[in-house]
Design a protein around this ligand. Sequence first.
Ligand code: ACM
Length: 636
Amino acid sequence: MNKTLSVFIGVLMGTSAFAQSDANLGIIPAPVSITKNAGTFILDKTAVLVHNDADGQKMGDLLNAFIVSKGGFALREVKTAPAGQKAIVLTSVGADKLPNEGYNINISAKQITVVGKGAGLFYAVESLMQMMPDKTGDKITLPLVSIKDYPRFSYRGAMLDVCRHFFPVSFIKKYIDQLAYYKINTFHWHLTDDQGWRMEIKKYPKLTEVGSLRNGSIIGNYPGNGNYLTPVKGFYTQEEAKEVVRYAASKYITVIPEIELPGHASAAIAAYPELSCFPDRDTFISDKTPWAGSRKGKQVQQTWGVFDDIFVPSANTFTMLNNILDEVIAIFPSKYIHIGGDEAPKTYWKESPFCQALMKEKGLKDEHELQSYFIQTIEKHVNSKGRSIIGWDEILEGGLAPNATVMSWRGEDGGIAAAQQNHDVIMTPGSMGLYIDHKQSNSPDEPVTIGGFAPYQKIYAYDPIPKVLTADQRKYIKGVQANMWTEYIKTPEKAENHAYPRILALSEIAWSPVERKDLKNFSEERLPVHLARLDKMGVNFWVPTPIGQSDKPLTGGEFTIDLKVPVKGGKIYYSIDLSRPSENAFLYTGPVKITVPQGEKRVLKTIVIAPSGRRSVTTETVLNNGAPDVKADAKK
Ligand code: ACM
């Protein structure tokens, strides 16, 4: 070891970072209120599980299966508990007085009483499962508490783009499992885009025969290092989509399908060129990629981007889209159908004599009004089927469709404007961390992403209700959503890496009252336990960097590096010799003192390794004691 550097390894053993006494009982999202009483409830095989309706039966089975895995014993299930019998009682009696999706749990020494109905009972059982510690002997000991809980927002969503890359049904279900576990109640399924049409439509088979195949994709970050000439293909049959809807519903998740219009339509246009203003015009890749230029005929796009070739607002287009939407509506029972509406360049509409004549005929003053006409025509059809539309915030331009809900993605302005016009809003601003395709740290080890910077702490800090809104206008903010666009996410494993732990942070801002937010408790007490669970389940979450480590330079001569492991059971390894840390580096066991002589600097490099072997990116902290600035010197 360098003689000018002294490192003392402390003896911080028995860290209390994972204490069972967590203020939130380990529950994510944090419940509305928890009242603790003295004493414990001992769960063992003498307890019975009481329920007496279909809901209770279903949730009782779920809870019992969990108790088997956690405690190694099953509870006898009965309709009424004999007097004095230790019991867990699941009941809907009293649930009518609870807020929507709400539940209560009351634990006394003799009984756990769980009150809830439908989603509420499901969420209650999840909270109960999350708060159960590991068994000691053949008993699970629970604290005496009273929990009252219900969501802050009725819409708690996660969007997955399956167009840029295709994700199989098995992955969709695995994703839904975790969303449900964190009380997310909406899965927004982005099914059509320039790079792929992924939903079988029986009346128009070419949508998937032609539109579900992309002959390549970009290598590296846009404009990329070339074309990765491996085809991306795949679509969901209607039976598969129905199965996803059924599966999600069993976990109280609504699936909202998105059929993009009038832009992001290259895949549909490749299948049916008559949907374009210019059916005979070749596809033009108007971007900066090395293979930009014209392609013969209409093509499914191989690059990320925004493309000029959008739907022509003709009678034929509306007939086709209405027929497509009818099939979609028959598969998805959701109140909402997402119709996209974002990033529709007006270039082709400006050039098209048909569009210009139509604008004149309808008295539309510009192409934004033409877009509004397009969306309103579609809305009328969707409304006539008893459904409502959601669109990205561009649907504000040229005038909002009368009953539309707005998804605010380009910051909060769209959501604010829509709420001020008395329209429902879902907040999902990329600038606030809600784009979970953005990168999670500044480490060079991060995989290729679209860019941006959205660590889970940024999501956690976000409050979906803009302060500028009046009390009345705030009621229109129905919820919040995280979006995952998959141009750079080619595999389910990478999708999981992007999703977690950010979905857990989303869960808390979507569900918990704003005054219950506590980043320290979330990241230091609860998250480590939840990440250990995901680790065990084979979910490829992003392993956080050590709690307490700065990725910004620190200045001084004496440093005490005090870190916490961000995954229960995980380990931190560190180096100070510029090598990349691995299991061969120092194992962190407690605060480390590092002395840096005047005029020198050291680089602390760390890595976190979860129990499964899954690892974090390397994090570097420069410890600088007045070392010459080499870059500044070079400039002189
Ligand atoms: C979007 O990110 N284009 C909605």
